[in-house]
Design a protein around this ligand. Sequence first.
Ligand SMILES: *[C@@H]1O[C@H](CO)[C@@H](O)[C@H](O)[C@H]1NC(C)=O
Ligand SMILES: *[C@@H]1O[C@H](CO)[C@@H](O)[C@H](O)[C@H]1NC(C)=O
Ligand SMILES: *[C@@H]1O[C@H](CO)[C@@H](O)[C@H](O)[C@H]1NC(C)=O
Ligand SMILES: *[C@@H]1O[C@H](CO)[C@@H](O)[C@H](O)[C@H]1NC(C)=O
Ligand SMILES: *[C@@H]1O[C@H](CO)[C@@H](O)[C@H](O)[C@H]1NC(C)=O
Ligand SMILES: *[C@@H]1O[C@H](CO)[C@@H](O)[C@H](O)[C@H]1NC(C)=O
Ligand SMILES: *[C@@H]1O[C@H](CO)[C@@H](O)[C@H](O)[C@H]1NC(C)=O
Ligand SMILES: *[C@@H]1O[C@H](CO)[C@@H](O)[C@H](O)[C@H]1NC(C)=O
Ligand SMILES: *[C@@H]1O[C@H](CO)[C@@H](O)[C@H](O)[C@H]1NC(C)=O
Ligand SMILES: *[C@@H]1O[C@H](CO)[C@@H](O)[C@H](O)[C@H]1NC(C)=O
Ligand SMILES: *[C@@H]1O[C@H](CO)[C@@H](O)[C@H](O)[C@H]1NC(C)=O
Ligand SMILES: *[C@@H]1O[C@H](CO)[C@@H](O)[C@H](O)[C@H]1NC(C)=O
Ligand SMILES: [Cu+2]
Length: 556
Amino acid sequence: MESWIRVLILVACLFPAVVECRVRHFKFNVVMRNTSRLCSSKPIVTVNGRFPGPTLYAREDDTVLVKVVNHVTYNVSIHWHGIRQLRTGWADGPAYITQCPIQPGQSYVYNFTITGQRGTLLWHAHISWLRATVHGGIVVLPKRGVPYPFPKPNKEVVVILGEWWKSDTEAVVNEALNSGLAPNVSDAHTINGHPGSLSNCSTQDGFTLSVESGKSYMLRIINAALNEELFFKIAGHKLTIVEVDAVYVKPFKIDTIVIAPGQTTNAIITADQGSGKYMIAASPFMDSPVAVDNLTATATLHYSGTLSSSPATLTNPPPQNATAVANNFITSLKSLNSKNFPAKVPLTVDHSLFFTVGLGINPCPTCIAGNGSRVVAGINNVTFVMPTTALLQAHFFNIKGVFTTDFPGNPPTTFNYTGAPPQTLQTINGTKVYRVSYNDTVQVVLQDTGIIAPENHPIHLHGFNFFAVGRGLGNFNPKNDTKSFNLVDPVERNTIGVPSGGWVAIRFLADNPGVWFLHCHLEVHTTWGLKMAFLVDNGKGPNESLLPPPSDLPKC
Ligand SMILES: *[C@@H]1O[C@H](CO)[C@@H](O)[C@H](O)[C@H]1NC(C)=O
Ligand SMILES: *[C@@H]1O[C@H](CO)[C@@H](O)[C@H](O)[C@H]1NC(C)=O
Ligand SMILES: *[C@@H]1O[C@H](CO)[C@@H](O)[C@H](O)[C@H]1NC(C)=O
Ligand SMILES: *[C@@H]1O[C@H](CO)[C@@H](O)[C@H](O)[C@H]1NC(C)=O
Ligand SMILES: *[C@@H]1O[C@H](CO)[C@@H](O)[C@H](O)[C@H]1NC(C)=O
Ligand SMILES: *[C@@H]1O[C@H](CO)[C@@H](O)[C@H](O)[C@H]1NC(C)=O
Ligand SMILES: *[C@@H]1O[C@H](CO)[C@@H](O)[C@H](O)[C@H]1NC(C)=O
Ligand SMILES: *[C@@H]1O[C@H](CO)[C@@H](O)[C@H](O)[C@H]1NC(C)=O
Ligand SMILES: *[C@@H]1O[C@H](CO)[C@@H](O)[C@H](O)[C@H]1NC(C)=O
Ligand SMILES: *[C@@H]1O[C@H](CO)[C@@H](O)[C@H](O)[C@H]1NC(C)=O
Ligand SMILES: *[C@@H]1O[C@H](CO)[C@@H](O)[C@H](O)[C@H]1NC(C)=O
Ligand SMILES: *[C@@H]1O[C@H](CO)[C@@H](O)[C@H](O)[C@H]1NC(C)=O
Ligand SMILES: [Cu+2]
């Protein structure tokens, strides 16, 4: 009897809208699942057999316990993208950064508390390319009794955008690593797991968003794609943007959003067209000469009472190089900065860093297809080499020889970053971190380089939100560009696109001790080495130290 009650409570605690629970338990079984998309079937790695995986619902202040059990033959780790993980870096998830992988047959309980955050985030595998199919939404509801700072929508729907390869994605990345060349682009984009009508697959009509005339719907849009930023729009309906990356923004209306891998956007639509069917479209944004999967994923917004046989009102996605459409969205984003949700922008800077982000070319005698070279990527000319012991363990247990603390705060040579490439395109290897004291303020100007090609890099920082205080094209000019920084209501987020051939400036307060990954969220660039980590020392106060690791922390 008692055990039944326990089970009932555990199950009920999965639904925070219904029951008050401070601790929420989830079980993620990582299993293979045969699934068909694009009219063909293949086995994929999933959580609980689902693609996309289950949405993790919780409330601000909840403690979340997720038991991940690895039933597949791959090493696995899961990242709770955008969750601050205050003092609980052990639960952050990037393999070899904060933990060793959960090996086949093993399990690990991620244990973290959601503090000072509410909104839409995502979870995903953080090892190799497994996140292609191992991902899902995180919905953090506000504390009970605390309303949204905008009219409550009638309904909320999680909309996950993804990329689908006909081949096994581990084979795709391995092929690229062997050749030294770029990996194959995907074969389709997906909306909640389906490519939709344009994929020529009669059995795949795609995701349907059912609406009732007059009601409002909040779409919690998540880009879980591996390598592509996406435009998203709905025929005949405007999107009112209220939140990005689980931070409220000043609401604004727009036709088309752009969303990079790892980013989230909450958009409210009003079903004000009375009846009918309307196309929802997700298509790539790429404004430099780099190959992309140019197929548009579609879904359908369907008013109740409309015959399913009636044709949908179509919409043209923007051209893939529509920089102006992307900028229109990006420059509209401002922190809400209200009394209840202030923008706490650091006004002074302890560490002023300048990071070049971009590609390079290194020798690779075994890369036959690449003619003896391979494409690499790096920050400040350092191509990050993954250690075989997790950085956080090495830090906590003082294991020497795993990393060095000499990550450069500036590029080793200055050149016209967005102009002609330098003489040599070679980078250096390193497992370097940049060390800061507890509560230091950090400014990082992320400067794209034109080496091989300029490109938009969505940079993600673990463990913190940052404020995007400035953005521009060409080379960052410290003399005059800082004058136009927005220190009042800049957008606060965890993943930011460095514009193609340009720069962004971000600021954050290093109030979270541990080791925190910073990397491009285009998986292809992370694979090539566009990554580094910040090491934040413990503070002196009582709640300013990294907690000790859980006893089941996986070992390498
Ligand atoms: C997937 O399907 C193939 C053949 O259709 C079968 O051999 C295999 O056992 C299936 N795998 C799983 C995990 O269901
Ligand atoms: C989760 O971590 C907290 C400390 O942050 C600890 O008190 C608690 O016992 C842990 N729970 C489990 C189930 O490990
Ligand atoms: C990548 O694309 C090439 C050319 O279409 C194809 O031959 C190759 O099999 C693909 N690789 C994988 C792993 O699917
Ligand atoms: C779908 O079929 C149409 C008509 O046959 C063709 O024009 C289009 O290229 C096809 N699209 C894909 C993605 O194969
Ligand atoms: C998409 O890319 C393919 C392959 O590069 C190309 O053949 C096709 O014309 C492109 N389609 C569009 C609509 O740009
Ligand atoms: C976008 O690409 C098209 C086709 O390649 C080209 O005609 C157009 O000028 C480009 N637009 C911009 C803004 O670069
Ligand atoms: C850099 O590291 C890669 C492994 O990540 C290795 O293959 C390569 O040989 C290294 N290059 C140098 C110059 O050490
Ligand atoms: C950098 O290169 C770009 C593109 O060639 C050029 O327009 C710009 O004037 C150069 N800037 C400087 C400072 O030389
Ligand atoms: C990067 O480092 C390599 C190896 O030291 C060097 O040859 C190259 O000039 C550096 N490149 C830049 C842009 O600093
Ligand atoms: C950390 O910095 C914040 C913002 O400047 C400040 O409010 C807080 O008191 C500082 N905490 C400590 C322990 O210094
Ligand atoms: C900033 O400096 C650049 C390069 O010197 C110059 O082209 C630009 O006009 C300056 N902008 C402002 C606002 O002064
Ligand atoms: C899985 O992780 C362990 C620990 O780091 C490592 O020794 C092993 O080689 C990994 N296995 C694979 C298939 O990568
Ligand atoms: Cu990138």
